[in-house]
Design a protein around this ligand. Structure first.
Ligand code: 13P
Length: 249
């Protein structure tokens, strides 16, 4: 049975104090979830939040890590540094990082390897932009993203990977993919994993949906057989909404 998961991605929101307040509320409210619960926070929150939620049902993720091991890279944060905070996960390949910070397949490949080498689990994001969807190219886009950055991993390494399908046109737009659209491409992605690693590994791979997933549409999306949970942006910033999504899983 694969892991079900609801993960938040706070992006560049919340001061440290606001983040601690939200994490504290989640820690107190989320007692026996049906799924793995993860919050992705800015780097500067990680150590404090990881310490705060230690021993609770809430796990912590970084939203990024450097593509270099260590050294003279002013302003960067390495995977080893992330791991040293107590964070268990690292979100990589988010479309905002690909688009605004020019993270290409090769850079992401390095980041994934460093995260895994430092004992972090990776939530790896893939997804097409609107023009690609309009041209019906979504399948080839996600295939290239997987082949470019993660399909070189060993089966052992793959066990530490969670995939998140996030159509870029659905992120922060209120335009959620329909359950049918999401299920169709999730099944396609699972098929690619099966071709690469075999059916058993594919069956055990967690694939999240992200993109305007909220407390109103989560249950319908999560009811799809190949949608194992969600990667939540805006709705993860409000405890009640995020908790309702967790309850829907
Ligand atoms: P929204 O839920 O705000 O659309 O963001 C999704 C996302 O990008 C999560 O990584």
């Amino acid at each position: 049975m694969r892991t079900r998961m609801v993960a938040g991605n706070w992006k560049m929101n919340k001061t440290l104090q606001e983040g601690v307040e939200l994490a504290n509320q989640l820690k107190n409210d989320v007692k026996n979830p049906n799924c793995e619960v993860v919050i992705g926070t800015p780097f500067i929150h990680l150590a404090t939040v990881a310490e705060l939620v230690k021993g609770s049902a809430v796990k912590v993720a970084a939203e990024n890590c450097a593509d270099k091991d260590k050294g003279a890279y002013t302003g960067e944060v390495s995977a080893a540094m992330v791991a040293s905070t107590g964070a268990e996960y690292c979100i990589l390949g988010h479309s905002e990082r690909r688009a605004y910070y020019h993270e290409d397949y090769e850079i992401l490949k390095n980041k994934v390897e460093l995260a895994l080498a430092n004992g972090l689990k990776v939530i790896f994001c893939i997804g097409e932009v609107k023009e690609e969807r309009l041209e019906n190219k979504q399948n080839e886009v996600v295939k290239a993203q997987l082949e470019g950055s993660v399909f070189h991993l060993s089966a052992e390494q793959w066990a530490q990977i969670t995939l998140a399908y996030e159509p870029v046109w659905a992120i922060g737009t209120g335009l959620t993919a329909t359950p049918e659209q999401a299920q169709e491409i999730h099944a396609f992605i699972r098929g690619l994993v099966a071709e690469k690693y075999g059916k058993q590994v594919a069956d055990d791979t967690t694939i999240l949906y992200g993109g305007s997933c909220n407390e109103k549409n989560a249950a319908e999306l999560f009811a799809c057989p190949d949608i194992d949970g969600g990667l939540i942006g805006g709705a993860s910033l409000i405890a009640e909404k995020f908790e309702a999504i967790i309850a829907a899983r």
